[in-house]
Design a protein around this ligand. Structure first.
Ligand code: HEM
Length: 190
């Protein structure tokens, strides 16, 4: 049985550009998390400001790429990911939760920035309009929610990566989806 890396670009189920968009999202999330991590540990005021701008820019780029991925969803053939209707529903539902978190987290960060009375600069240069009035108490609440949803997003991604790494090679080697139904495997095998 020939197993292939679950992280390869070449994929018979999804177009190559869809994989590319997925990995761009992962890279942006990584930059965003490293940015906020650096912001939390660095002491220098100017550097902290730059790291927060990096965090916001990466987060806003995640929002843009996610919207692009949603618009192009019909071309990504998730509806053909399995012959099993149940598994197709599970795949669609888990993608819906993931996309929701990918949209909610940056929007909450944007709202938090506005509630703090600050202006988020996309790529350090393009000012974003405020989406909320300045309100210190609301900002404190939004920070908690932003942190919580970001944690949920991280959990979803970890779960997604584990699931992908586990079943994807089996999907690719021709024994599609048999891994989850041992009974079927025994009746299908010669
Ligand atoms: C997918 C995108 C994003 C993720 C995963 C994310 C994640 C996080 C995390 C984990 C924190 C630390 C929370 C804490 O410990 O209090 C944080 C803080 C923050 N984020 Fe985001 N964020 C994202 C997008 C954004 C965007 C788009 C903006 C603004 C436009 C933003 C603005 C902020 C601000 C202002 C803070 C608080 C920094 C501080 O403590 O002063 N975030 N974010």
């Amino acid at each position: 049985m020939k197993l292939r890396s679950p992280f390869a670009f070449d994929d018979e189920l999804h177009p190559r550009w869809a994989s590319l968009l997925r990995w761009v999202t992962v890279a942006l999330l990584l930059v965003g998390f490293l940015g906020i991590l650096g912001y939390a540990v660095v002491g220098d005021h100017k550097l902290r400001g730059s790291l927060l701008t990096l965090h916001r820019s990466a987060g806003l780029a995640v929002l843009l790429v996610t919207l692009l991925r949603i618009v192009t969803l019909p071309a990504q053939r998730y509806d053909q990911a399995s012959r099993s209707r149940g598994l197709r529903i599970v795949a669609l539902a888990s993608h819906a939760v993931l996309y929701l978190a990918l949209i909610a987290t940056p929007l909450l960060g944007w709202a938090l920035t506005s509630a703090r009375g600050q202006t988020a600069l996309f790529l350090g240069a393009i000012p974003l309009p405020s989406i909320l009035q300045s309100d210190g108490a609301l900002a404190a609440e939004l920070q908690q929610v932003h942190r919580l949803v970001a944690g949920l997003l991280l959990g979803c991604i970890a779960l997604y990566a584990v699931t992908l790494g586990w079943h994807r090679p089996r999907v690719r080697d021709g024994s599609r989806w048999r891994w989850w139904l041992p009974l079927r495997r025994s009746t299908d095998s010669p």
